[in-house]
Design a protein around this ligand. Sequence first.
Ligand SMILES: *Cc1c(COP(=O)(O)O)cnc(C)c1O
Length: 951
Amino acid sequence: MAFKLTDYEAYDFANRRHIGPTPKEMADMLKVIGFKTLDELIDATVPPAIRQKEPLDWGDALTERDALYHMREVAGQNKVLTSLIGQGYYGTTTPAPILRNILENPAWYTAYTPYQPEISQGRLEALLNFQTMVSDLTGMDIANASLLDEATAAAEAMAMAKRAGKSKSNASAFFVDQNCHPQTIEVIRTRAAPLGVDVTVADPAELEPGAYFGAIFQYPGTYGHVRDFSAEIAALHEHKGLAIVAADILSLALLKSPGEMGADIAIGSTQRFGVPMGYGGPHAAYMATTDKLKRAMPGRIIGVSIDDRGNKAYRLALQTREQHIRREKANSNVCTAQALLAVMASMYGVYHGPDGIKAIAQSVHRKAARLAIGLEEAGFSVEPEVFFDTITVEVGPLQETVMQAAVQQGINLRRVGTTKVGISLDEQTRSETLEAVWAAFGISRKDIRPEVPPYRLPDAMLRESAYMTHPIFHKNRAEAEMTRYMRRLADRDLALDRAMIPLGSCTMKLNATVEMIPVTWPEFANLHPFVPEDQALGYKYMIDDLSDKLCQITGYDAISMQPNSGAQGEYAGLLTIRNYHASKGQGHRNICLIPTSAHGTNPATAQMVGYKVVPVKSDDDGNIDVADFRAKAEKHSKDLAGCMITYPSTHGVFEETVQEVCQITHDHGGQVYIDGANMNAMVGVSRPGDIGGDVSHLNLHKTFCIPHGGGGPGMGPIGVKSHLTDYLPGHPELNQAIGPVSAAPYGSPSILPVSWAYVLLMGGAGLTQATKVAILNANYIAARLKDAYPILYTSSSGRIAHECILDTRPLSEQGNITVDDVAKRLIDSGFHAPTMSWPVAGTLMVEPTESEPKDELDRFCDAMLSIRAEAQAVIDGKIDADNNPLKNAPHTVRDLVGDWDRPYTREQACFPPGALGVDKYWSPVNRVDNVYGDRNLVCTCPPMSDYEDEA
Ligand SMILES: *Cc1c(COP(=O)(O)O)cnc(C)c1O
């Protein structure tokens, strides 16, 4: 299946759609770099010792039409029943305007994490709405912008309580309400073990408050109980313990909030705010806390600040808590979270408003009450007495009969113990659903709504406090207005649908529409994660087939699809290593060697599994200092758990010593974790499993085309060698012995069709070609820019891999032009900045990916060269050092209409090379002041009066 550089077929997805440059353009680019053919470039770039022996091959690539046909067939093997299983996942209706204008809109789903606030004001506002909604409903002071799922949010809350708690005597015991969802309990157990935390699972009535640093309670409980935990919380506080409350977000519209009970931390899922169940994910978990604890909270927090003109502007707040800065001392390893899903949930809040949400909650409750009455009148015993949406019915020996009868009616119920059945109702439940459930219990009954709606809520817990009072939740109700609101926000942002996002390490490549189409098919979107296996055969086929291809791609023997982000994959991988050592009686091994250039999630993750991080230096060429590595491995030989390295390195180079580093680790009894975030430089060319890796995570939201969603979702499956397969994370729903790392058995499976479509459409040869072109595009940019910006690191042959670091520090030294100035000036040209100040402070890391056509690469290079010329003018004293296009960037329309006292023209300011004439992107705000925002922390929507002042 040799690739022909000169001609291709009409429906050749890989070469015509996915890969940016044409063969002719590639030939021109190769000339600029100094090579005759693509393969010559690759041979000079990738060290022979690590080259893959066999080409990737699983038959011909599929055309778009055939791929969709095939996927339809496979999706058809999933059976979409009405799932009333509950347990944290509920039917919900995605409002059609949100489905089309957010979930299916590349302006939202192809955006990057909002690190550059000026070009992210739209999604920052949507996420701030999310935080405001969550703070209000939970009655807490401050909320973050999402976590990965409810179970991991609970585990994060436990770790946060341990960190922030003042209870000295009981620093290692944690109490878990037995009414938490089973998967929440299991993920807490998994997380607790390496931290040395003892977990007690029991009835809150048995809580001995002095014995724990913290406790988690849940309402409604997994079997439906609604309880007020105020007394338990007060008792905990007396002993300096912290209280976490897991609460169903919809129930809070009717029930007293966690804040009103005195909770220190509230967590939960916002799935039922318009996000399909998706067989387990993705959806946004929430976490909220008190003002006192805000600095200890994990995850991203959006805050309000001001820009250079003093106008309100949003940006990420309190970033100094995060792994990129604090590494193994970070609050958590959470990096990619669930931004897109948080945006959907927040828009659901905007769309319905507090009265709409309340009406939905009431309707769900009334349906549950009617259901209970019908069962009770037929003689069944229903628990609990008061409930919100979930009831548990005693059926004695009839459990299997009722479960099966329900399936015959097209309904999944929950098996509880051996004699009970659980039922959770939701927004989508109809009268026919209730009648079908009754029928499954042998009851023939019509659902008639009584004049006075039945009501089974606990009176003492009815909510009296207001929520979602901000004007944003009281506007935009008419669809015309709602549509315009979503459009306005989208227009403020720069996503991949407008320009290349050349982010080193983050691999912002094409998210092809055809790959996205199956995500919203009901057969993928509407499955509950705990349906019987025979209803999810399509998922099984897809997961197996994708896993099989990922094994071929990586050289590993097995894949776990559970981790729902790269950092989660790291955690799952290190846990696997830890389990493995323990099984060999080597549980004391706890040293993890990590190069100083590693991504911040690496050390943050190592700390979470109880490992001690020993940093390893880089040499002058940016490579791992092998002598230092060897010395540290020898020194810690007895206790060496392993190392975490990234390949190709975070410096953008294929290190020639990688096999040696792996060998040293193995010689000392350690295991090798290869961070797979840079797989876009390897697929089809080299395999981590062949060069010495024992385990790696893949960022499917980087290399395998799942869109970034403005900061999530993601999938971070791990591949392992065969000796580790028995130690992978399991899941109680799959009856596996080793604990889970995610709430759902396969993490966020409803976005797997994206990656699966990608590998089907590309085929082995197409994927390999993509890797080669990624390397070509990067080397082309390096060749064009190297005289203007020194390339920090290259291999011994002078080549870079798929990304490179441009050194902007000389500009700073000679002209006080900072890396920020360069990044913000790029906005004037319509570009998102490359990765800034990582892995080397004061530099830019550029990764173009294979999807960018030559024109776009040239537009970017032209912009960068023009910035270099502007910097030179400053250095040469030809323009004012403080009043110049770089320092004043980005330029806004407000600049244009104000007084103009600048030593450069408006034309130069607003239309530098790269800016697209009439299609120019205008930054909605001037440069955002980060420090001001952290000093004056506001993390909920500002009052309306602020907006009026501004206007
Ligand atoms: C992106 C990245 C990660 C973290 O992945 P998330 O999905 O954001 O958690 C880890 N390591 C490297 C090198 C990365 O680029």
